[in-house]
Design a protein. Structure first.
Length: 237
């Protein structure tokens, strides 16, 4: 019997091989904060020598998962694009029960609680904060979830009124559901999710805390989100 192997098989195998390493996986997860990291920062985060990390980064860059930039003697890397971030997010969500083991130290417990409360998921909001915003948009008829995520006409008008510009160019969807690995429910991603996250940080509604992806809603953010979306400030703390 003659069989024809799927043409996508070799590429899929190469991609799986790139991710199937704990050090490289740790780097990809760290870069979900949407920022560019130096090789030294990633080496310390992954707990490996700089020379070891450099080899791993080379493979991820060559495989198209990371993009590399150099400034002087510093080497910066970031996730190649939103599609890579989506892939890492969805894979992380699949292993969430395993990742949610009991913290071994007070520091781990504190960091885990902060990440669950609110964090960036590449370029959009996640955790309880991301879910609260998504639910509020849906409850007000600004976001539809019945046939996938889609902004309504009222939702488009809301973003405009709030002064949050939506770049409607390129192939990235305006709104996309992203499975939240701590809440096990979808939060808003896509162009709208990225624009909203960027606005919350630039307007000082949220601030980054610690060295991870965790964010904290400020007093100004509580007031703004309560006024614009009716979100109870107590749910954001």
């Amino acid at each position: 019997m003659t069989t024809t192997r799927d043409a996508a098989a070799p590429g899929l195998a190469r991609l799986a091989g790139l991710i199937a390493d704990e050090t490289r996986a740790a780097c990809l997860l760290a870069l979900l904060d949407g920022r560019a990291w130096t090789a030294g920062e990633l080496a310390r985060h992954a707990g490996v020598a700089a020379s070891t990390l450099s080899e791993h980064l080379g493979k991820l860059v060559a495989g198209g998962l990371l993009a590399e930039e150099r400034q002087g003697r510093h080497r910066y890397v970031r996730l190649a694009d939103a599609r890579v971030a989506q892939l890492v997010e969805e894979l992380a969500a699949q292993v969430a029960p395993e990742a949610a083991r009991r913290p071994r130290t007070l520091r781990e417990s504190t960091a885990g609680s902060a990440m669950a409360r609110g964090r960036t998921c590449y370029d959009h909001l996640a955790g309880r904060l991301g879910i609260a915003v998504t639910d509020a948009l849906s409850e007000r008829g600004l976001l539809r979830q019945d046939t996938g995520f889609a902004l309504t006409d009222a939702g488009l008008a809301w973003f405009d009124t709030a002064g949050i510009r939506l770049a409607r160019t390129g192939r990235r969807p305006l709104a996309r559901a992203c499975l939240d690995w701590t809440e096990r429910r979808p939060h808003l991603a896509g162009v709208a999710g990225a624009a909203l996250c960027r606005h919350t940080l630039e307007a000082g509604w949220c601030v980054r805390i610690g060295s991870e992806r965790a964010v904290k809603v400020t007093a100004a953010g509580e007031e703004a989100l309560s006024e614009l979306l009716g979100i109870d400030p107590a749910t954001l703390r």
